[in-house]
Design a protein around this ligand. Structure first.
Ligand SMILES: C[S@@+](CC[C@H](N)C(=O)[O-])C[C@H]1O[C@@H](n2cnc3c(N)ncnc32)[C@H](O)[C@@H]1O
Length: 375
């Protein structure tokens, strides 16, 4: 038995201000009485959703799970309920939901856990989704200051690459964009092409963030958009766009700069697009989340469609799963529903790398298509 096993928290509980204990009791009673308005009122009054009764160890989330009300569980979680608090018998609110066979309340609690765990990981920089890489492959400023190479590899694959140093100090090329992704881009455009502008607006308005090889932009052009905006900051990519005729293309508007700068310059009543695609380089999950937060302000409405290159964590099936699920949860918080389509890329990635570092090692690509929930 460790010292921690001998700790007695009752004195600490006794030391809590009596008003706090009283409001916790009001909250617990409202949950026991299955009185949702009273639960919400207690939480709004500042009742401590985290508080656990010393005799049972039950907190508000245990009571909400025992009740089996999804609304109550949601309210308690939003009010600060602790998803992983254990009672005096070692049970969490999630265990209670499972024992009652309540999938809805269980999922709410599990998802709160997933969000909080992964956020903690991100903040603590221990996450598999956090890029801790000071080279141009993991640091935007260093990427923007690096020279890029446009070339064809031995198998005739188009490559746009940046040179980075590996752990042994040797130069290695990392693909910024590679031809093997063409099938993914084709399927993405196919699914995004179901987007429609709002009533009264003629023609499709497309926003693509990150030009790379211009594969997706060429495919977007085939949809004959009335406005086709491309955001791109890298001088070598911009020079390549100039050389390949993109700067003067009718209806195409190239915004030079990082999306962080270009899009933050537009105010509340800013521009909207019917199709938005996001595929940058050297950015991590925190950047992606920051971009997600802009979506409600730049998508034109429920008939607009959004996708992003879903490649974070794709060197490992578990990380890829977690990253995909996490993105879905974060988008749902922004009232964006995501549908996923699997694109099999095993064959495409097997022979793709030659002398470049591989960045996609799972055999399937989970293609997201997001839409704003109506209302
Ligand atoms: C993977 S490539 C895009 C490939 C493109 N989807 C295609 O079909 O060819 C990534 C591009 O994003 C650009 N990029 C990187 N960081 C960016 C940022 N913060 N804002 C806008 N573009 C960025 C890079 O310079 C690069 O051109």
């Amino acid at each position: 038995m460790s010292d921690a096993d001998n700790l007695d928290f009752s004195s600490a509980t006794d030391a809590l201000p009596p008003e706090l204990l009283e409001s916790a009791a009001v909250l617990h009673s409202a949950l026991l009485a299955h009185d949702l308005p009273a639960v919400k009122a207690a939480l709004a009054d500042g009742a401590p959703a985290w508080y656990q009764s010393p005799d049972s160890g039950w907190g508000a989330l245990h009571y909400a799970a025992e009740w089996g009300s999804e609304e109550a569980v949601r309210a308690v979680l939003e009010g600060g309920g602790v998803w992983n608090a254990v009672d005096n018998l070692g049970n969490t609110a999630g265990d209670i939901a499972i024992s009652r066979n309540e999938e809805g309340t269980y999922t709410l609690i599990r998802d709160a856990g997933l969000r909080s765990e992964l956020l903690l990981n991100l903040l603590a920089s221990h996450s598999a989704l956090k890029v801790l890489d000071p080279t141009p492959a993991g640091d935007l400023e260093s990427f923007l200051a690096s020279r890029l190479v446009y070339r064809q590899d031995g198998a005739g694959q188009e490559v746009c690459a940046v040179v980075v140093q590996d752990a042994d100090g040797r130069d290695v090329q990392v693909g910024v964009m590679m031809g093997w992704e063409r099938r993914i881009m084709e399927e993405t455009v196919h699914l995004l092409s179901e987007a429609e502008p709002p009533e009264g607006v003629d023609g499709l308005r497309v926003l693509n963030v990150g030009f790379g090889l211009g594969i997706i932009d060429s495919l977007f052009q085939a949809l004959s958009p009335t406005r086709h905006t491309i955001i791109e900051p890298h001088p070598d990519v911009l020079a390549h766009m100039q050389a390949t005729g993109w700067m003067g293309k009718k209806g195409v508007e190239v915004r030079r700069g990082k999306w962080q700068d270009v899009l933050s310059a537009q105010g509340e009543q800013g521009e909207r697009w019917d199709v938005v695609f996001f595929d940058t380089f050297s950015e991590d999950y925190a950047d992606l989340m920051e971009f997600f937060a802009l979506l409600p302000h730049i998508l034109s409405g429920p008939h607009a469609r959004f996708s992003f290159f879903n490649g974070l964590g794709a060197t490992n099936a578990l990380f890829y799963d977690v990253s995909t699920r996490l993105a879905e949860l974060h988008l749902a918080q922004l009232r964006i529903e995501t549908e996923w389509e699997d694109v099999w890329v095993e064959q495409d990635v097997r022979d793709a790398w030659e002398d470049t570092r591989s960045y996609f090692r799972v055999g399937w690509y989970r293609l997201p298509v997001g839409r704003l929930r109506a209302g």
